[in-house]
Design a protein. Sequence first.
Length: 371
Amino acid sequence: MAAEDEKSTSSNSDASHNAQGDARNQEKSDGIALPSHVAGSGSLDRLVDTARDYARAAASDNTLKAYAKDWAHFARWCRMKGVEPLPPSSEMIGLYLADLASGSGPSPSQWASRPLSVSTIDRRLSGLAWNYAQRGFTLDRKNRHIATVLSGIKRKHARPPVQKEAILAEDILAMIAALPYDLRGLRDRAILLIGYAGGLRRSEIVSLDVHKDDTPDSGGWIEIFDKGVVLTLNAKTGWREVEIGRGSKDQTCPVHALEQWLHFARIDFGPVFVGTSRDGKRASDKRLNDKHVARLIKRTVLDAGIRSDLPEKDRLAMFSGHSLRAGLASSAEVDERYVQKQLGHASAEMTRRYQRRRDRFRVNLTKAAGL
């Protein structure tokens, strides 16, 4: 969508920027603020700023960025239709959803020419609901103009989710074997092995610090013991601990790989996974972006020759950051509840979605029922 927006006319670009500016200003004025009948003071104003900081911390940076883009997109759509985004109109939002699903709305930038998936439309609606709430409005998703249209979109366009391929044990071994043994290779080897053995999201990997409270943007920290490493994560589902034991040999042990990276990169404070110099010999102090993990997975999949029977484009599309989590869920030959705990899932059903290979008929209710 960003690439398509770059092709828009200057007036539409200005409208988009104005919408984002309006969003920030509106959030500040109609979000966390003193009651109109209370006079401001230095201490109260500082508390308002503190409350706003806590409110922003209620969602991740990526979620807030997505919500901001959702609002900018909707505000721009409204202006192109000659209406205002405020106050919320259930009728107009229903038309907006229909436009997203059909891709029928022509525009100079052609941004509405491609129908969006049901999951993306649902996410856009959640973004609008959040943005309206920050501005003191309530968006009734059960209103017939919204609920009925969305139900029809799901009935007509919903498809089974497309799952990324799992990186299995033999795959991860081939991937780390394709990495060099310079500083950058040590770092990437640790990222792949820790991400795989811990069943981590890519954002969880790069958000790790060496110690608790090392940096303001920390998403967790590590504690290395004789038998393994414990990761304390401020994850999507709340705080949780992930235990990663030592492997059978140093070449494939995630804990050993982590220790090697920290030692040779001379990292004893701050982010665990940081960038390196161009020659790959020196570590910087800048935390890696989670996109590095996705790029690393795709690059090493190609270098290791995984699924070499397919064209390169197809191979790249098959794997993503989630492939590490799916790989652990699919490869670990242990009781399902241990995998569920490692992945931080609230239900076994969610864990099973990550298992690309499993005995689906391990529990045979037909025979249990006497048939």
